[in-house]
Ligand binder design. Sequence first.
Ligand SMILES: *[C@@H]1O[C@H](CO)[C@@H](O)[C@H](O)[C@H]1NC(C)=O
Length: 259
Amino acid sequence: MHIRTTIIASTALAFVAMVAEAHSWADCVDWRFKDPTAKPSWDAKDGTCHGYAREYPLKKNIRFGDLDSDSPNRHYQQDGALVPCSDGKSGIEKGADETRKNPISAAYFEGDPQWGPMAKARAGDIMCIRWPSKTHGSETGLLPVSINMPIVTLDKDPDQKTFSAASVITLPFNNCSTIAGDGDHTPCGGCFPVPGGLKTGNYVIQWRWELTNGQKKEFYTSCWDLGVTARDESSTTGTPKSVPTLDASTNIFGTLVQA
Ligand SMILES: *[C@@H]1O[C@H](CO)[C@@H](O)[C@H](O)[C@H]1NC(C)=O
């Protein structure tokens, strides 16, 4: 009797632990499709990643979607203090350190430890971001992800209020290349145009997702820096990516927030 109770209790605990990890984060912040016209897909074989969030661990070769089981884990859930970029200490669920480094490039160190490279783009480029669906891939009624990007260069990270006021687009969470029965490893993502008028410099971007769980609002964030080259500067950094023209009613990139 006692043994059976113990087994039931630990099964319940394991379930609670699983549910507690069922959230998401920006896994790749510069995803490039191998074949953007015929087959845009978030599947590993259909694209490559060229930029990551701050201090994103590459070296350990952790499988896509499993960084929530790493230490420190990557699913940072804000608490009432609303620290916008995880400091590794705050939050209902503490995340990895994603605070701004001095110099900014220190969060993208490619030695040991090996962090992923910093994202770079020209103003007006389309950037695509990839995240794991975790347990939410087949849920309906989910709120979208907000991409928050102040359009000025800053000498420190903004607070959450400033980030939230600087939403450049909202993207459907559930835009996934579904792996049947495996939400943990199902990749999802969305694309957005880098504002066309930006000056050359480093800008901070926040991925923020509100998961409303009954009455409870939960907020998850990831932060990264984007090295932008202004449009009118002649490119010395290789082939520019394609720049589709966008108007305010364009919806293939999600919902553009009106300025
Ligand atoms: C949804 O994903 C596809 C790739 O599967 C991508 O081409 C498209 O831009 C995404 N939609 C949005 C709104 O970002």
